[in-house]
Design a protein around this ligand. Structure first.
Ligand code: SAM
Length: 238
């Protein structure tokens, strides 16, 4: 065992990944209003903060992850509140649903786990699984991130176990986990067959849940720069 399976067994990680990301909150609110997006996949859903959010907003929610503990935690939380989602355990290089099936795909801090070629293939696989007009929200590690260059180099800009989150909650870091770091140009290249709606460069923020349902306290993680992209599938490449 190692990597995320081990990380999700610790309380620290589960707590810090339980409050939905602010950008995802905005986006899901917009999708909800538009009523054109109903079926949403969370790729690399972890303990399911966004699957829970989607299900509670009434979306047809799907989560995919290779961590059994992550999915079990997600399933328990949904069940406790009478919510439903379809959870699948597997590698994100295989999305076991028909092409054109999803209205939207979220890939928050997940799709960059691989070499540049694997990431490129992952972005294309997501495009295939989206319907024309469907949206993808994904995050990518930036080369300005303080962890760039740490860990074992596997190819240019790709490192194994760069000690991501180690000081926060992961005693052994993400041992055995590959991370690819991107420039803006590369992110644009990954999404060359999509129409890009927005691309932002931001520090990651994670939140501790507030006590007794109060407001969460947000922790900016210094120099943890990520790219955040929203892109749409267009029919010229369908
Ligand atoms: C940083 S966590 C993010 C979890 C979730 N997206 C969120 O924002 O709360 C990354 C997740 O990606 C999953 N993951 C990494 N590589 C994967 C792969 N090849 N196939 C499936 N899941 C993967 C890990 O198990 C982990 O749950």
């Amino acid at each position: 065992m190692g990597g995320w399976e081990q990380i999700w067994q610790g309380d620290g990680a589960r707590q810090l990944w339980s409050v939905p990301d602010r950008r995802v909150l905005q986006l899901t609110a917009k999708w909800n209003e538009s009523k054109t997006i109903r079926r949403v996949l969370d790729l690399g859903c972890g303990v399911g903060r966004h699957v829970y959010l989607l299900a509670s907003l009434g979306f047809e929610a799907y989560g995919l992850d290779h961590s059994e503990t992550g999915l079990e935690t997600c399933g328990r939380r949904l069940q406790a509140d009478g919510l439903k989602a379809t959870l699948h355990r597997g590698d994100m290089s295989v999305i076991p649903y028909p092409d054109g099936y999803f209205d939207a795909v979220l890939a928050f801090n997940s799709i960059y786990h691989g070499t540049s070629q694997q990431v490129d293939k992952g972005v294309e696989l997501v495009r295939r699984k989206l319907r024309v007009g469907g949206e993808c929200f994904a995050t990518f590690l930036s080369r300005a991130n303080r962890l760039y260059g740490k860990g074992e180099a596997m190819e240019p800009h790709t490192f194994n176990d760069p000690r991501m989150y180690k000081e926060l909650f992961a005693a052994d870091g993400e041992s055995g986990v590959t991370h690819h770091f991107s420039s803006e140009e590369e992110v644009r290249h990954f999404f060359r067959a999509y129409e890009i709606e927005s691309l932002e460069h931001e520090e990651l923020r994670l939140a501790l849940p507030g006590k007794n349902g109060g407001a969460p306290s947000w922790l900016p993680i210094r120099k943890s720069y990520f790219w955040q992209i929203v892109a749409r599938k267009v029919d010229r490449h369908a």
